[in-house]
Ligand binder design. Structure first.
Ligand code: PFF
Length: 451
């Protein structure tokens, strides 16, 4: 770990930060809604297989690139390139990931702002400021801009403090809060009328759907989004890990936490949907499909909380606070990608770089807010359905085809003397070379619906 660029001070610091990046709106909002609209447990099963068989190996590739390079995404990839064209390719992949992270943050910040505004609403109602409470959950332009700005300010505040005093310190505070809140909410919701039906829908697989191409594509996209792949984030977090740590185990632990929290979020959201249904709220459209994810979070759940009387305001606050925390530990990782690049390549002080990039990304969010109907989906699809899989696939190509196999193995061995005896050692290099790029490529091409 180089002194000047900083790094995680402890193993748990890295695990909390990387799990913080991974666990976000994708887990608590995306995963349960995708599961509910794709046959319940069938989707969960496919998701688990893809998360461990494709996303985890690709995640390891990114961590390893960063730990070897000990630098931002572009410099780390350049370090393993030998010829001029390889260096150009390194720039394309590294910079592409950084752009992807910035694009994701530009729309993610808007969604996170909505979550924060819904957390503030019950507090304002409680203290009797009902006009202000109405305003914070209105779709007005100023409310959208105001809360997006507030969320960006929090993100910038943490990243300005650097790796150990910013990312690590805040992830270690926020992640336990998130897990505690999630468990409390699950315990409460599963005791309500209608929850049992939700659990049944969640945990009983409809196996006939397991091989549906759309289900496979949604599950893969979800797994990649969830592990923050293809965005330079895991390369930079990898670069802050000490050479003494065993990366294979660390990567597996983060994947396990990410998948477990998504699973737990399903235990909260899907029963809550059925509780709302038991109270007469429509959660399925006439053709049997689920209402869209944002109606679910911003209409169905708030009306469910309202029907709970006094405790409902408290539950609403806890739920949207949970969402906001999950979003914040992810957004800081997205900002760290571009910031580390500018700090290290252009020698700009961290505070200044963070503020300038934060403002730049906020301006992009403003453009999206002003054209919300068209641009929100456009940017989200461009970054997550195209950008992330392409960059993640190219990272695997880098590790498999450009980086010297001996160097790959040497890096894997750092902090893990018995690495040579593990199955990971025997399978993973070959797997990353052939299976990962092919599988990601096939699913990606399929998702373009060309054939
Ligand atoms: N993994 C985050 C989630 O599941 O919400 C989203 C995310 C974080 C995507 C960081 C990309 C990224 F670079």
């Amino acid at each position: 770990m180089s002194v000047s660029r900083g790094g995680f001070s402890s193993r748990i610091g890295f695990i909390m930060a990387a799990a913080g990046s991974a666990v976000g709106l994708g887990n608590i909002w995306g995963f349960p809604t995708q599961t509910a609209s794709n046959g319940g447990a069938a989707f969960v099963l496919v998701y688990l297989v893809l998360a461990f068989c494709l996303a985890y190996p690709a995640f390891m590739a990114e961590l390893l690139i960063g730990r070897y390079g000990q630098a931002n995404a572009v410099s780390s990839l350049e370090k393993m390139s030998r010829s001029l064209w390889q260096k150009k390719f390194a720039f394309f992949v590294g910079f592409g990931g950084i752009v992807c992270a910035a694009l994701i943050l530009s729309f993610y910040g808007i969604l996170a702002g909505w979550m924060m505004s819904y957390a503030v609403e019950p507090v304002l109602t409680f203290v009797g400021l009902s006009d202000a409470a109405q305003w914070v959950i209105s779709q007005s332009l100023w409310r959208n801009l105001g809360f997006t700005a507030l969320f960006m300010i929090l993100t910038v505040f943490i990243i300005r403090h650097g790796v150990e005093n910013g990312i690590e310190k805040w992830s270690k505070r926020l992640m336990p809060m998130l897990i505690g809140l999630l468990i409390l909410l699950i315990i409460y919701v599963v005791t309500l009328d209608g929850a049992a039906e939700g659990l049944n829908a969640y945990l009983n697989p409809d196996f006939s759907r397991v091989f549906e191409p759309d289900l496979l594509i949604s599950a893969l996209g979800q797994a990649f989004f969830s592990l923050s792949l293809g965005t330079s984030v895991m390369i930079i977090y990898g670069s802050y890990i000490s050479k003494k740590e065993n990366l294979i185990t660390l990567g597996a632990q983060v994947t396990l936490i990410d998948v477990s929290i998504a699973f737990l979020a399903g235990l909260l959201i899907i029963p809550a949907m059925y509780v709302a249904q038991a109270q007469g709220v429509a959660i399925f459209a006439e053709d049997g499909s689920l209402i869209n994810g944002s109606s679910l979070v911003f209409t169905v759940l708030p009306s469910l909380f309202e029907s709970m009387g006094n405790i409902g305001s408290f539950v609403a606050f806890a739920f949207f606070l949970l969402m906001s925390i999950a979003a914040l530990t992810s957004s800081i990782s997205m900002l760290e990608g571009p910031v580390s690049y500018v700090v290290e390549r252009h020698d700009i002080p961290r505070e200044k770089a963070t503020t300038l990039i934060g403002i730049g990304i906020f301006l992009l969010s403003m453009v999206i807010v002003l054209n919300i109907e068209t641009m929100l989906d456009f940017v989200a699809i461009a970054a997550t359905q195209y950008g992330q899989p392409i960059i993640a696939m190219l990272c695997c190509v880098f590790v498999g085809w450009i980086w010297h196999r001996n160097d790959v193995l040497m890096e894997l061995k750092q902090g893990n003397d018995s690495a040579e005896h593990s199955i990971f050692w025997k399978i993973w290099p070959w797997y990353t070379k052939f299976v990962c790029p092919t599988a990601i490529g096939v699913v990606f091409i399929h998702s373009l619906n060309l054939f």
